[in-house]
Design a protein around this ligand. Structure first.
Ligand SMILES: Cc1ncc(COP(=O)(O)O)c(C=O)c1O
Length: 383
């Protein structure tokens, strides 16, 4: 089976893990955590980085620190993985789901901007925090959000879980323009620590508060004194050891992903598929190469099933958050674009270690699946 996306552990991962075992530092104390934070911040050009247990944990703490909580409203992208929304729920805040724009598949930030201005004029409820997600490796258009922050003081959390290394041209990198940027090192991400996350911020006070909250809000070292309800969200030294090794290879991984994207673009040219977005002002990181199937006769579930039969793992994109059971009642702005992306979107194998032969085989199989009269008939029957 050619998998959708698996980690590449071809560098110093085993060596650094062995160092953890040899030194005995296999839990949250140990030198790799601080080293991972420093090297990650340096890579991004960020002032501070705080490692934590997962991308979801990073989002939860970031939202809480920026004021999300009961009675507050957080605006978030409708088209995203559910963790972006769950982190808001953990704080007790309400959410406003904002549709995507077709240019980037990310939040339609003009739509949100105009809605906030309209609400401000009419005395309506404004978001207290905006959580902008950079999906699938492509930066969102944040200009309208920066204007909202200047005008109304609404802070911004960037959910950059899927977009490490992506940037606006000629800079900066995603995760560094909001008040807090959050990343995930889950097994399928650009770099992995097995499981883990990172918050980055330019604010030394926020960084200190984040460190405090992820460590059970411990008020004093070596004493069981806690000044608020904190979390056990620290990253283990063993995970950070993997992170340091992976970070050393980030540039190679990004180059491999870009090569994969350009091969797909050329090898799928003759098929009825639309390429993933690439705005002229963006430098994507091509986390997961995802296309839209243009021919309505190609039923997505049938294509995925035919892929499994022929040894290739394709995967559908996420249903919009407004379709997920816990969030069906959430307030929303639009939703039709997110629906369309979900209705036609398919992710293709995108591991950094995907060989040229595997990728060629993937394209050949997709070509025969899409041209298959069986699939087209299955689609027709389903309708
Ligand atoms: C957009 C987005 N946000 C948040 C997360 C959560 O990260 P984690 O799995 O590390 O908790 C993920 C991925 O899993 C994601 O894709």
């Amino acid at each position: 089976m050619i998998p959708l996306v698996v980690p590449e552990l071809a560098g110093n991962e085993a060596r650094y893990l062995q160092e953890c075992v040899t030194s005995g530092y296999v839990s949250s104390a140990g030198p790799f955590v601080g080293r991972f934070e420093r090297e990650f911040a340096a890579q991004l050009g960020a002032e501070h980085a705080v490692a934590c247990a997962s991308g979801t944990a990073a989002l939860h703490v970031a939202l809480r620190l920026l004021g999300a909580g009961p009675g507050k409203l957080v605006a978030v992208s409708d088209f995203t993985f559910i963790a972006s929304a769950n982190a808001i729920s953990y704080t007790g805040a309400d959410m406003l789901l904002v549709d995507s724009e077709p240019r980037t598949w990310n939040m339609d930030t003009e739509l949100l901007h105009d809605e906030v201005v309209r609400r401000a004029r009419n005395g309506g409820r404004l978001p207290d925090v905006i959580e902008i997600v950079h999906v699938l490796g492509h930066p969102a258009d944040v200009e309208p959000l920066l204007e909202l922050r200047n005008r109304f003081g609404i802070p911004i959390v960037e959910d950059a879980a899927e977009s490490l290394g992506a940037s606006w041209k000629p800079g900066p990198q995603v995760g560094t323009v909001g008040d807090i940027g959050c990343f995930s090192f889950n097994g399928n991400k650009l770099i992995t620590t097995g499981g883990g996350g990172m918050m980055v911020t330019g604010d030394v006070v926020i960084a200190a508060q984040a460190r405090h909250l992820i460590n059970q809000a411990k008020a004093a070292e070596d004493q069981y004194i806690h000044d608020t309800v904190g979390y056990n969200y620290r990253l283990a030294n063993t995970s950070a050891a993997l992170g340091v090794a992976q970070l050393e290879r980030l540039a190679d991984i990004r180059r491999a992903k870009a090569r994969i994207a350009s091969r797909y673009a050329s090898w799928l040219r003759d098929l009825p598929v639309s390429r993933p977005p690439h705005a002229e002002w963006a430098e994507p990181s091509y986390w997961l190469y995802s296309v839209l199937l243009d021919d309505p006769r190609d039923e997505l579930d049938d294509v995925v099933a035919a892929g499994v039969d022929s040894g290739v793992q394709f995967r559908r994109l996420w249903p919009p958050i407004h379709r997920q059971a816990p969030y069906e009642e959430a307030e929303r702005l639009g939703g039709g674009v997110a629906e369309r992306i979900y209705g036609r979107g398919l992710s293709l194998p995108s591991s950094a270690g995907l060989t040229e032969n595997e990728q060629y085989a993937t394209c050949t199989k997709l070509r025969s699946i899409l041209n298959s009269p069986i699939i087209k008939n299955m689609g027709a029957n389903a309708r």
